[in-house]
Design a binder for this molecule. Sequence first.
Ligand code: NAP
Length: 279
Amino acid sequence: MTEPASIRLIKPPQVLLLLTAVLMFAWSATAEAGAAPAGFDADRPTVLITGSNRGIGLGLARHYAADGWNVIATARNPAKAKELQQLADSYPAFHIAALDVTDLDRIQQLADDLDAVTIDVLINNAGVLGDLEGQQFGSFDFEQFEWTMAVNVYGPMAMAEAFKDHVAASQQKKIVTLTSGLGSLTLMGRMQGMTYYRISKAGINMGMRAIRASLRAEGVVVALVAPGMVETQLLADSGYRGKALSPAESAAGMAEIIAGLTPDDDGTPTNVDGKTIPW
Ligand SMILES: NC(=O)c1ccc[n+]([C@@H]2O[C@H](COP(=O)([O-])OP(=O)(O)OC[C@H]3O[C@@H](n4cnc5c(N)ncnc54)[C@H](OP(=O)(O)O)[C@@H]3O)[C@@H](O)[C@H]2O)c1
């Protein structure tokens, strides 16, 4: 898992930019600005999920599609997202869009493309663990650090800014970001390693908490939900060996928590089992 060379906050060369733009247009063809994606039903709630091609994001996309929602499933590389393509074949209200959450211009472009769509629940799911060795004290790799922060922190903050009007105009008005117990100062104890990942999750906890106040007047609920230990690539990369939830179980649990969110919630991170995660 060594990806820092592709940090998109740094502008790519022109040729790559052109290629990326062509691919993006191809994959968001049914979401021209001013029109809802084909198949969307205005009477159903709509969810947008980042990083939905695998792991928990795919579990969430499957869950909401089966539950009858309009789903905007975003992925860095839709052409390789076979499961998402199958879901789009099965559910008419399932739209796939290309999105790398470190590409701030693309985030804004997607928000513009979807300006006719109200988004009831925006789920910032995309996340990276980062290379474990590069985040060990004594061998810090700051390029890895920047990449982890770009995906896990800057991306969700930019998504919230770009899509706040879509969410504020919806019925449910919820912005949900996936966090982790590893972002808790209270729970960290003497644990070592995963430094950048833990900083990023603590950081996004504070980030979402900070924008919560700005969005409150518009009735938007800003929430932090942890999926539990879930059998995904990220968990495998962390070295964890133990009992874990399937992505489907975690998605179902989180959807229940999300459904129960109200403007009165205090914004403290909630685990998939309903327990509060202390800051
Ligand atoms: N699994 C757990 O036990 C666990 C526990 C606590 C919290 N979480 C959180 O849950 C979320 C999902 O994790 P997961 O376990 O499902 O991980 P995963 O299986 O590794 O999946 C990560 C997803 O994020 C996407 N992604 C990575 N970089 C991206 C970028 N720059 N732009 C857009 N998408 C990007 C990946 O897309 P590509 O396929 O293109 O790489 C993939 O779809 C993360 O925020 C993670 O921190 C997971």
